[in-house]
Design a protein around this ligand. Structure first.
Ligand code: F6P
Length: 568
């Protein structure tokens, strides 16, 4: 049985509301002010000094859980910083909020929803209640249906309309209905059934669909239309294109039933689109789009790596969940990472976080984290609607190492901005490639990871540069200030389990930050205005009439110029 887990969740009940009381005024909390005073006293201490003062620091400021080893000793924190951060977290009610999330309370207050991605990876015997109903049996029922479908398709028993075997799977979705699936597919490609081709179409730019399908045979292609709401413009447009592409070749409406499946919470819209709801895999409004890669949205992942592999992925998520809900804050990886992020953002003034996986299979991980972190914590008002007077969500970005080293690392080392980095690496390569001297290219890769963290932390002083005989005019150019913080995350090998733990680590760290900042990390109202304006503008682009007066003069001029360029 693929979906067996070791630990269980205790029975819970649903209560609400979580926050009818005002969110604490963060910067006026005595604990926050204590942290500020601490920063004024010692926030500028150099990592050289911190390491010199504590020779065991590199071993001590580390923590481990769910197969992940996290070294935060190269962050600009000391024991007092960490203690004060924990005090802030306690003052913000972090432990109660963690419990509230796991218990299915409606902590997404602006949408009046529970936030239960953790239930998606809970074992079958767990009990999590939302509105009086235990949701776990439904979660496992969908997993079982997904597994049955995956086994059929992977085994060649699910055939296309003409009787040909399905060899291509195209996932159509955007945001959380794309980034998780594509990231997980790329990350776990090593474990995937190589005879199957996987493609991912997200952009409303037609090129995405055309390029993804140009070399595929419709008779051998299955589309998974993924959309939580099933109302998303891009996804519906691409699904229509897919349907037309499929029917142009197969010439029979009945083909849709063999070549399209849907993943959604919205049965009505799925049926309206013309996909038989017997071919639909459901999930629930208490799963946020950016927290949904372990729901049925992960169907493409399960098709690629199989039900057992998907079970391992869920078990990795669950192991981190259990750690997060039970480990004391001092050893709690998501709490540590989240709180250190608060320190970097709100006290050291960092605006971004660079995520730098030294693992080519994780090439889409930074993009995945962008939605997870920035759609979650890119907020400017608290749960009770007050404007914040402090910075919230950092800008996440990154590329795999070592490529980034030959591109943007210059700015991280010697530029004027402070950019905390998360390095991610593994003990064992999935694709060993021996070098003539008997070592492996993977050793070179990991040597680079370690070198970057060391160079960023300790830099190179002007005196050290001079001691190398460098001409005085070049000394300032060759000096590295150091004191640039980083965290290093190591695991033995990139497996489905480790990927699950890694994603859950960032999910929960994001939540920790949202709790401290007092924002709703689970809504995304900020994406709405653009959607409304795009709908209105789309109608205007295809009409001859003068653009509406409601636009500004720049938008009106752009509409006119676009029409001229298009028609010219
Ligand atoms: O526009 C943002 C968003 O709502 C994301 O939160 C979501 O992941 C994405 O669009 C896709 O939404 P859906 O799965 O409903 O198509």
């Amino acid at each position: 049985m693929p979906f067996r887990h070791h630990a269980g969740l205790p029975p819970t009940t649903t209560e609400r509301p979580v926050t009818s009381s005002p969110t604490p005024d963060l910067t006026r909390l005595p604990q926050w002010q204590a942290l500020r005073a601490h920063h004024e006293r010692s926030g500028e201490r150099h990592l050289r000094e911190l390491f010199a003062a504590d020779p065991a620091r590199g071993e001590r400021l580390t923590a481990e859980a769910a197969g992940l080893y996290v070294d935060y000793s190269k962050q600009r924190v000391d024991d007092e910083t960490l203690h004060l951060l924990h005090e802030v977290a306690a003052a913000c009610g972090l432990e109660a909020r963690i419990a509230a999330m796991f218990d299915g309370r409606k902590i997404n207050v602006t949408e009046d929803r529970a936030v239960l991605h953790t239930a998606l990876r809970a074992p079958a015997h767990a009990k999590v209640t939302v509105d009086g109903e235990n949701v776990i049996p439904a979660v496992h029922a969908v997993l079982e249906r997904m597994a049955a479908f995956a086994d059929k398709l992977r085994g060649g028993a699910w055939l296309g309309h003409t009787g040909k075997r399905i060899r291509n799977v195209v996932n159509i979705g955007i945001g959380g209905s794309d980034l998780g699936p594509v990231m997980a597919y790329e990350a776990l490609r090593h474990y995937s059934q190589r005879e199957l081709t996987f493609r991912f179409v997200s952009n409303v730019d037609g090129i995405d669909f055309v390029e993804a399908t140009r070399d595929l045979d419709p008779a051998e292609t299955l589309f998974i239309v993924c959309s939580k709401t099933f109302t998303t413009l891009e996804t519906l447009a691409n699904a229509q294109a897919a349907r037309a592409w499929c029917l142009a070749a197969l010439q029979d409406e009945a083909a849709v039933a063999r070549h399209f499946v849907a993943v959604s919470t919205n049965e009505k819209e799925v049926a309206k689109f013309g996909i038989d709801t017997a071919n639909m895999f459901g999930f629930w409004d208490w799963v946020g789009g950016r927290y949904s890669m372990d729901s049925a949205i992960g169907l493409s992942t399960m098709l690629a790596i199989g039900p057992a592999g998907f079970g391992d992925l869920l078990a990795g998520f669950h192991a981190m969940d259990e750690h997060f809900r039970s480990a004391p804050l001092e050893r709690n990886l998501p709490a540590l990472m989240g709180l250190i992020g608060i320190w970097n953002t709100n006290f050291l003034g960092a605006e971004t976080v660079a995520v730098l996986p030294y693992e080519q299979y994780l090439k889409r991980f930074p993009a995945y984290l962008q939605q997870l972190t920035m759609e979650s914590n890119g907020k400017r008002v608290t749960l009770d609607g007050r404007a914040v007077d402090y910075a919230t969500g950092a800008i996440y970005w990154g590329e795999p190492g070592t490529n980034g080293q030959h591109s943007f690392y210059q700015l991280i080392h010697q530029g004027t901005r402070l950019i905390p980095c998360d390095f991610i690496g593994f003990g064992q390569p999935l694709a060993p490639l021996p070098l003539p001297d008997g070592s492996d290219q993977h050793d070179l890769l990991m040597a680079n990871l370690m070198a970057q963290g060391e160079a960023l932390a300790f830099g190179k002083t002007a005196d050290e540069v001079r001691a190398e005989g460098v001409a005085e005019t070049l000394v300032p150019h060759k000096t590295f200030p150091g004191n640039r913080p980083s965290t290093t995350i190591l695991a033995q090998r990139l497996t489905p389990h480790v990927l699950g733990a890694l994603v859950a680590l960032y999910e929960h760290a994001t939540f920790v930050q949202g709790v401290v900042w007092g924002v709703d990390s689970f809504d995304q109202w900020g994406v709405e205005l653009g959607k409304v304006l795009a709908k209105r503008t789309a109608a205007e682009l295809t009409s001859e009439a003068e653009p509406e007066l409601g636009h500004d003069s720049s938008t009106n001029a752009l509409i006119r110029r676009y029409r001229a360029l298009r028609d010219g």
